[in-house]
Ligand binder design. Sequence first.
Ligand SMILES: *[C@@H]1O[C@H](CO)[C@@H](O)[C@H](O)[C@H]1NC(C)=O
Ligand SMILES: *[C@@H]1O[C@H](CO)[C@@H](O)[C@H](O)[C@H]1NC(C)=O
Ligand SMILES: *[C@@H]1O[C@H](CO)[C@@H](O)[C@H](O)[C@H]1NC(C)=O
Ligand SMILES: *[C@@H]1O[C@H](CO)[C@@H](O)[C@H](O)[C@H]1NC(C)=O
Ligand SMILES: *[C@@H]1O[C@H](CO)[C@@H](O)[C@H](O)[C@H]1NC(C)=O
Ligand SMILES: *[C@@H]1O[C@H](CO)[C@@H](O)[C@H](O)[C@H]1NC(C)=O
Length: 360
Amino acid sequence: MLALLPLIPLFLTPLATATPTASHNTSPKTCKEYTIPLTITAGTYIWGLPNLTTNYDATAFTNNLSRWDANETFHPISGFENATLNVEISGSFCAPTSGEASTVLIATHGVGFDRTYWDPSIQPEKYSFVDYAIAKGYSVFYYDRLGVAGSSEISGYQTQVSLQVAILSQLITLTRSGHFTPSPPAKVILLGHSFGSVVSNALLATNPALVDGAILTGIGYHVPDTAVSFEAWQVRVAGLVSPGRWRQLDGGWVTWVDIWANVNTFFKAPFYDQKVVEYAEARKQPFSLMEIITLAITDLHSPNFTGPVLVMSGEFDLIFCTGNCKPILEPYAKPYFPASKDLEVYVQPGSGHGINLSGS
Ligand SMILES: *[C@@H]1O[C@H](CO)[C@@H](O)[C@H](O)[C@H]1NC(C)=O
Ligand SMILES: *[C@@H]1O[C@H](CO)[C@@H](O)[C@H](O)[C@H]1NC(C)=O
Ligand SMILES: *[C@@H]1O[C@H](CO)[C@@H](O)[C@H](O)[C@H]1NC(C)=O
Ligand SMILES: *[C@@H]1O[C@H](CO)[C@@H](O)[C@H](O)[C@H]1NC(C)=O
Ligand SMILES: *[C@@H]1O[C@H](CO)[C@@H](O)[C@H](O)[C@H]1NC(C)=O
Ligand SMILES: *[C@@H]1O[C@H](CO)[C@@H](O)[C@H](O)[C@H]1NC(C)=O
């Protein structure tokens, strides 16, 4: 885990007592915004249900998906096809102003967020992963996933894991070619949160030679009760909830019902600051039903990935551990990375799923 070692102390810092260190303010970063046109091709599953147009439909979907025997009674997919799309991805590349970093982290956010998950404007000295990584001498490329914020719009019935993996793979190739840096970086490390960790992990599974290491946060490999988080979200059709902001989105895009559903699924009392919850809720992004459907059927086994892997989730993560990661994170994660030269599995005490926004 040599390449990742300098990053670990940050994860080990007890968040409640973490004090803003001088390093945050004395490590200036130089950032540049990018809009990157890509042509992607991937095998995709085809939505097999009527479109959702009302919140009664969204509730019916939740009912269907959450049955214990949904794997035999619910068939939201009707087929498979190869899709080719032209998309634009919006991202930021930040490097230490003091000089070129030899390692670039490529950060993929989860559902309900956009790329600012990694660099929130509320108390950045406490919550900005980007500032921390810069202070440690890394560069970070963090981007809005397809369908979110500044990146291209797409139907919520279409966007799914395979398309996101195809995008990530091209972003890695661009990074490796020196697109963002004066010269090609020596190492490229993937960093994910939640759905972004699933996408990053799926890339390790399908294209293991492309990256040098991975940090997968807010993930798990054994969800004792898969229905809990979807039920806890109580999803609503995003375009109906916030017509001003999301009217253009089709019914495949949903959002959780309110701020308490956000707390229920992303935080854990008393390990959060209410102001941070309000900040996250005010900036929440919709997510797609096909992302959730395909997440559940993506094979994350990465038998050929030999680089170091850090798997890290909050102790009380609801979404990936049904509220208690400690006993289940490591034993279930291990078999997924049999060839990793250094697998570290770490449970962050006093945190829910939204691990980088926790802390009181
Ligand atoms: C369902 O939604 C898709 C994607 O937005 C759209 O192309 C299609 O026309 C819709 N189907 C119906 C029957 O409204
Ligand atoms: C719920 O499942 C039934 C079949 O069991 C299906 O006919 C219906 O379209 C589904 N509705 C939604 C919104 O998922
Ligand atoms: C559905 O899940 C149950 C319990 O995990 C399993 O026994 C069954 O074989 C699964 N059915 C299908 C069609 O995958
Ligand atoms: C998708 O492309 C792959 C590889 O080119 C091919 O083997 C497969 O048959 C195609 N699938 C469909 C449904 O067209
Ligand atoms: C968020 O990430 C930054 C950088 O890793 C770290 O300094 C900070 O402690 C994290 N915040 C929380 C609350 O995890
Ligand atoms: C892993 O490596 C084995 C042996 O070289 C190969 O047969 C297999 O296709 C590889 N799997 C993946 C997902 O790359």
